[in-house]
Design a protein around this ligand. Structure first.
Ligand code: FAD
Length: 325
């Protein structure tokens, strides 16, 4: 029996988010021959170009749900746009990024479809007809593998864990179906303004390299050498809660159990002790480099490379050396 998979493709600043292509890859990995793939893009003006871009990927149809009210995420407006689409498409599975939007939206979609939901998936394996999904538990201390007992499914995938889907090989392009979405008659909440607090040009949850600072940076100015290194490496700057609580940086930069969960290729922890709540947000990083002047700091237990030293000497030295490379 062939199945229909629907991917909710997130975008930001006029670009498809990397996690949208990772969610598509998750759908591809879960599928069998003959299954079909559709995608939905929600937004206001400018989203048509994103649908054109996504049309070059292995999906047969893209639903472009357009309304000015969809420019910023509003759970009610998104639900009002998506639920009729679910009723029309009746997908067997929906895939989303495990992002702030995906986390919020997935249960609404699962409830409408009467679907089971698996969240924060980091790996997918298919053996015969069985698809198993791996997800972290206990703040990353353990992993479990689960399968759905029946369709439909709703799955959210953690950014930066699965490869992004590649463009379609045969040059076929998806059909784009444009739907003007009527604004719901009344919304209980409206987005008045979006205030962005970013640590740089690169989105923390999708960054390949993160330079992160802890209480050891000692002040807001102490982040400057970290920002310089991150910008040279085209990375993002993150922080421990210790640094946020001390007022050195914004909470939007916090990584950990109560902050963002990141899985970059390289995580450089500067002046961070390595409390369990911090590790919960970054221990999945491919390579961890720790800079700390205390050789007993717990961060060294999870680090692949450790530098015992003063971050204000080590970080500028690293920047200097990378600049030469
Ligand atoms: P510290 O533990 O004070 O460590 C500072 C480190 O800097 C030390 O190891 C010191 O040796 C080193 N250092 C100092 N000066 C220098 C220097 N010049 N050069 C090099 N090294 C230097 N924390 C998070 O990070 N994220 C979370 O999401 C989070 N959630 C939490 C949730 C709960 C419910 C609780 C109870 C706590 C949570 N915490 C979280 C807090 C966590 O327990 C730690 O308190 C916090 O991570 C400590 O931050 P830190 O490592 O920056 O500070």
């Amino acid at each position: 029996m062939s199945r229909t998979y629907l991917v909710i493709a997130e975008h930001r600043d006029g670009k498809l988010r990397q996690v949208a292509l990772e969610a598509l890859q998750a759908a591809l990995l879960s599928s069998s021959e003959g299954d079909s793939f559709t995608a939905a893009i929600l937004g206001g003006e400018g989203t048509a170009a994103l649908a054109e871009e996504l049309a070059g990927y292995p999906v047969s149809q893209i639903h472009l749900l357009e309304a000015d009210g969809l420019n910023a995420y509003n759970p009610e407006a998104y639900a009002a746009a998506l639920l009729p689409l679910l009723d029309a498409v009746r997908p067997d599975a929906v895939f989303l990024g495990h992002t702030a939007i995906g986390r919020d939206l997935a249960p609404t979609l699962a409830a409408r479809l009467q679907a089971g939901q698996l969240s924060d998936v980091v790996a997918i394996e298919r053996t015969g007809d069985e698809v198993s999904f791996t997800r972290p538990l206990y703040a990353g201390k353990a992993f479990e593998k689960r399968s759905f007992a029946s369709f439909p499914w709703v799955v959210t995938v953690r950014p930066n864990n699965l490869p992004a889907a590649a463009p379609a090989e045969n040059g076929r392009r998806a059909d784009i179906v444009r739907t003007d979405v009527a604004a719901p008659a009344s919304l209980r909440t409206v987005v008045k303004e979006v205030v962005r607090k970013t640590s740089g040009k690169v989105d923390l949850s999708e960054a390949k390299i993160i330079v992160s600072g802890g209480r050891g940076v000692k002040s807001a100015d102490g982040f400057k050498p970290l920002e310089e290194l991150a910008s040279l490496l085209n990375g993002a700057v993150g922080a421990s809660r210790g640094a946020c609580d001390a007022g050195y940086c914004d909470y939007g930069m916090q990584i950990g159990q109560t902050g963002k969960v990141v899985t970059p290729e390289v995580y450089i922890a500067c002046g961070i002790s390595g409390a369990i709540q911090h590790l919960a947000g970054m221990s999945g990083s491919r390579v961890i480099i720790a800079i700390n002047k205390d050789p007993e700091a717990p961060i060294f237990k999870v680090a692949d490379y450790g530098i015992v030293g003063d971050l204000f000497e080590v970080v500028p030295l690293l920047t200097q050396e990378f600049r030469k490379a």
